[in-house]
Ligand binder design. Structure first.
Ligand SMILES: [Zn+2]
Length: 139
């Protein structure tokens, strides 16, 4: 009767989930960043290697420079959406109605942008193979 308590849920994450949760592309278990998203002062502190499978996250020297292109794309997306919200939501205000909120929002988005662009870039352009067995050894 107690079998329901022993159900082992399949904890394999999809690639999309692993990107969104900023986890290692090889095991999809280990976290890429040392602190939670809410530690704004430590948003850029990353593990050198995956804490679960020991993958070196910077797969080649200078790898993170590529993440800047992803970050740029995120910035344009965020600012474009904000511009449209201001245009339609506030009835196309004067130019200062755009100049003031857009830099503020783009600065507030830096931690998210930094982390998510590295996660996306590592998963999509790191060419690291997913090895589910590595995650199961520890989890
Ligand atoms: Zn890993």
């Amino acid at each position: 009767m107690k079998d329901y308590q022993n159900i082992q849920f399949d904890s394999e994450r999809s690639r999309f989930q692993a990107i969104a949760e900023m986890r290692c592309p090889q095991c999809r278990q280990g976290k890429m960043f040392k602190y939670s998203n809410w530690r704004i002062d430590k948003f850029d502190d990353m593990h050198q290697n995956c804490p679960v499978c020991n993958l070196h996250f910077e797969v080649e020297p200078g790898f993170w420079y590529g993440a800047m292109f992803v970050s740029y794309a995120f910035s344009i997306l965020i600012l474009g959406i904000l511009g449209l919200i201001i245009y339609w939501g506030f009835g196309d205000p004067s130019i200062m109605g755009y100049i003031i909120p857009i830099p503020i929002v783009s600065l507030l988005a830096v931690p998210f942008n930094f982390r998510m662009s590295r996660s996306v870039f590592l998963h999509l352009f790191g060419f690291v193979k997913y090895k589910p067995e590595l995650g199961k050894l520890v989890a």
